[in-house]
Design a protein around this ligand. Structure first.
Ligand code: UDX
Length: 478
């Protein structure tokens, strides 16, 4: 599709203040700007400042004359950490306080279409309805989890929710249309679990489900997935809500239409963390397909005890490992400053590298990487799918429980160690994925990677859908 010369559409893209969401939104912004739509990406001030520090925003602005950035406050005090265990608070704060800012900007900037993160569904719908701007929701999670959230009310009706306790966790869920018998209670989104305080489900479940159902009030939905990856859930979603644009894997789509390759980096980073690129030289010096890459994304926190189980498991596996340990991954007071046993220091020196944040897409594409131990955030999952890298899943929260089930049982591209954190299990799974069952997982992962790449090349489903989306935006902007 040739970029149009000019467009009267002015699209506002409203992102949730979290790494995984910002990533997807920035990729979408670039794809739309490439087609000469006027795009404003709206972030919180805090996220924008971090993007300015750690990503190359200047070069994006130079590259896309129709792209610009705007900010709103997140309503939290300057000194709020906005990380670790409190990383989710900015999202809830914007939901509560963002409306007057959003309304003001929509009116003053003569916005013709609002593409809002579906997590901000109610806020976006109410504000846009007040000022007469059409809304599209962009859900940055996978279609299967989106559909699971959508189906939660049916699960209560059929008696499959609530979960009664640990002894109930293996029970198979049968009443999610299109996904019958795939998920166990254990694989439902984490918010469906009973809480430590004795509530039948997390208080957040109600919010997440009602935000999900807000999609019914919009003109269309965008999903960062592709048709061959999640066909059963997508068929159901399209039955309920016909105007769905599946345009993923977005990072690959963006890279194909607007390559950012430089001599040193293959992809642009979209990062709100400082990348330690020294890991690329380290990977260059490792044998072909010999390294397990370990990262639990931008939200996961863990106790020192869990960290030690992973560390022993990795060292005892005798495989090489590259491990992202964010500075806020272990909270202060949870043993962060205790000394490390000598055998771990030795084992890491011999075969490992631990860093604070890496250029993940480039790491996954590196020829030395054989497997990915991941929390199964949707971006990490789909990035691994594109790279054809088998996974070991340790989901932390939200959609990740569903995604890890897809990895192990539906796509069969890895193993799921959900709810277990034990050094022997880590050691065994690393060796299963990298040695004992290597060929089996590699073959399935490579098949999926071919489909992923096909979807975003000319004639592929996501390629066609992006062109349709651009036409749709032009239409509703008139
Ligand atoms: C959050 C939720 O945790 C996740 O479940 C949901 O699907 C999206 O929002 P997050 O924890 O940030 O996501 O995980 P993920 O979706 O995987 O996104 C992390 C992003 O950070 C990925 O795009 C990954 O490439 C990037 N990353 C991660 C890096 O660039 N470097 C790193 O060292 C680690």
């Amino acid at each position: 599709m040739k970029p149009k010369q000019t467009s009267s559409a002015h699209v506002f893209i409203f992102s949730c203040p979290a790494q995984g969401h910002v990533n997807s939104m920035l990729n979408l912004a670039q794809l739309l700007a490439l087609h000469n739509l006027h795009i404003t990406l709206l972030n919180t001030e805090h996220i924008h400042n971090r993007l300015t520090r750690f990503s190359n925003i200047e070069s994006l602005l130079a590259r896309y004359p129709t792209l610009r950035f705007k900010t709103i406050p997140d309503g939290l005090p300057e000194e709020h950490p906005r990380s670790g265990k409190r990383a989710g608070e900015p999202l809830l704060s914007v939901m509560a306080h963002g409306k007057p800012f959003l309304r003001d900007i929509l009116v003053k900037d003569r916005v013709t279409c609002l593409v809002a993160d579906g997590f901000f569904g109610k806020l976006a719908n109410e504000t846009a309805e007040e000022v007469g701007v059409p809304v599209i929701h962009f859900r940055t999670i996978g279609a299967s989890c989106f559909w699971t959230y959508f189906s939660v009310p049916n699960l209560f009706e059929s008696g499959e929710l609530p979960i009664t306790g640990e002894e109930d966790m293996e029970r198979i869920i049968t009443t999610i249309p299109g996904m019958e018998n795939l998920l166990r209670c254990r694989d439902l989104p984490s918010f469906c679990r009973p809480t430590r305080e004795g509530e039948p489900v997390s208080p957040l479940l109600k919010t997440v489900v009602s935000e999900t159902r807000q999609v019914l009030r919009t003109r269309a939905a965008i999903l960062n997935t592709f048709d061959d990856l999640e066909d059963p859930a997508l068929s159901q979603i399209r039955g309920r809500f016909p105007t769905v644009f599946t345009i993923g894997p977005l990072h690959q789509h963006r890279e194909l239409r607007a390559p950012t390759a430089t001599n040193t980096m293959k992809s642009s980073n979209n990062s709100i963390w400082e990348e330690d690129t020294s890991c690329m030289a380290w990977l260059d010096s490792q044998p072909l397909r010999s390294v397990i890459y370990v990262s639990f994304g931008s939200f996961t926190t863990m106790s020192r005890e869990s960290l030690m189980e992973f560390w022993y498991g990795l060292v005892n596996s005798n495989r090489r490992f590259l491990w992202v340990v964010r500075e806020d991954m272990i909270a202060a007071g949870e043993g962060k400053d205790e000394s490390v046993p000598a055998e771990l220091v030795e084992g890491t020196k011999e075969r490992g590298l631990m860093v604070g944040w890496v250029p993940q897409v480039d790491v996954l594409a590196h020829k030395s990487v054989a497997a990915f131990m991941t929390h199964c955030g949707w971006n990490s999952t789909i990035e691994s799918v594109v790279a054809g890298v088998p996974m070991i899943c340790w989901p932390y929260f939200a959609d990740q429980q569903v995604n890890s089930r897809l990895v192990s049982e539906y796509w069969k591209v890895g193993l799921d160690m959900k709810d277990v954190c034990d050094r022997k299990v880590v050691e065994n799974m690393v060796n299963d994925v990298m040695v004992n069952r290597k060929e089996e997982f590699l073959q399935s992962a490579e098949k999926l990677a071919v489909l992923a790449r096909k979807s975003v090349t000319e004639g592929g489903s996501s390629y066609i859908n992006l062109n349709r989306l651009i036409d749709f935006i032009e239409l509703i902007s008139q």
